[in-house]
Design a protein around this ligand. Structure first.
Ligand code: FAD
Ligand code: FES
Length: 291
């Protein structure tokens, strides 16, 4: 049985939460699963037992007591709102503190915030999902949602690239998704090593193996910005309309709700106008400026 470590600060803030959206709600860590050497998936449950509905693509502000607060995409199944799931790569102080949480410890959660992947617009059409590295985390809820309502969508094509085989996320799920009807899953790594028998090369090298019907497809892309730029060019080349391509953008955040300006990207605030944007809206910024 897990022991809940009471966090007095989180308790004190609970009553004030409704009055102030900047105050986090208290959640309890229910599971911590190791995905790779530096990436972990956490499942958290609200202390008040009230589930949190979210849309695929949205993020939370996660607060680690004594360390800080940071934006993390929700990577779980939208059909399971009783807990929220996050996949976190440890790159600095706050992410390290998050992945080091023990079952039963308390974290603060604000949100969900931000725009969602366009699942309504994708109904009846094929989905092309292109992810690089941790970018698969915000796209995993899309895959769950498509599998939850399989007959509502056409073909599902997932192109996923990671730095090396040991960086691949959700390995068991990748295999199980690949076995689904009307689904193609292709993975590649930048560096394979001696035992890797799969594709080697950047994610765009997978396009020649993908069975695509561009005229009836919607594409959703998340990964490092440089990767997304090359993916956009490839999607142009195969004939996808720019209005049918969506990206999730990342910038440093503080408030998460459009107040502080930290996440400004040209005329947009990533936290409230994004993180998911239609590509024709952000593409001029991606091409012209180092913003
Ligand atoms: C909308 C949104 C959703 C996000 N979703 C996720 C998610 O699902 N999972 C996740 O792990 N992260 C996600 N991030 C990124 C995450 O918020 C940052 O990695 C985190 O803020 C870094 O905080 P830190 O204190 O651990 O590292 P810092 O101390 O801020 O940074 C430590 C070092 O890591 C580098 N660094 C910082 N961020 C990244 C990064 N994203 N990739 C590579 N290097 C980085 C810094 O340049 C620095 O050198 C998301 C960010 C946004 C804006
Ligand atoms: S994080 Fe404050 S405005 Fe977006």
């Amino acid at each position: 049985m897990s022991v809940v470590i009471e966090n007095p600060v989180l308790h004190a803030t609970e009553a004030l939460h409704d009055a102030n959206p900047m105050l986090p709600s208290a959640f309890v860590v229910r599971a911590v699963a190791k995905e790779t050497y530096d990436t972990f998936t956490l499942a958290v449950e609200p202390q008040n037992g009230v589930g949190t509905a979210f849309l695929p693509g949205q993020f939370s502000m996660l607060w680690v007591y004594g360390v800080g607060e940071l934006p993390i995409s929700i990577s779980g199944n939208p059909a399971e709102p009783q807990h929220l799931v996050y996949t976190i790569r440890s790159v600095g102080a706050a992410t390290h503190a998050l992945v080091s949480q023990k079952v039963g410890s308390a974290v603060g959660v604000r949100g969900p915030y931000g725009t969602a992947w366009p699942l309504e617009a994708a109904r009846g059409r094929d989905l092309i999902i292109i992810a690089g590295g941790i970018g698969l985390a915000p796209l995993r809820p899309v895959i769950y949602e498509v599998l939850n309502h399989r007959s509502d969508y056409g073909r599902l094509v997932l192109l996923y690239g990671a730095r090396s085989p040991r960086d691949l996320l959700y390995r068991k799920e990748l295999k199980s998704w690949a076995r689904q009807d009307d689904t193609q899953v292709l993975t590649t790594v930048d560096y394979g090593g001696l035992s890797w028998r799969g594709h080697v090369g950047v994610v765009t090298t997978l396009f020649k193996f993908a069975r695509l019907q561009p005229a009836k497809s919607v594409a959703m892309v998340c990964g490092p910005e440089i990767m997304m730029r090359f993916v956009l060019r490839e999607l142009d080349a195969v004939g996808l309309r720019r209005e049918d391509v969506y990206l999730s953008m990342e910038r440093n955040m503080k408030c998460g709700v459009g107040l502080c300006g930290h996440c400004q990207y040209g005329p947009h605030f990533i936290c409230k106008d994004g993180p998911v944007f239609r590509s024709d809206i952000v593409r001029p910024l991606m091409e012209k400026y180092e913003l």
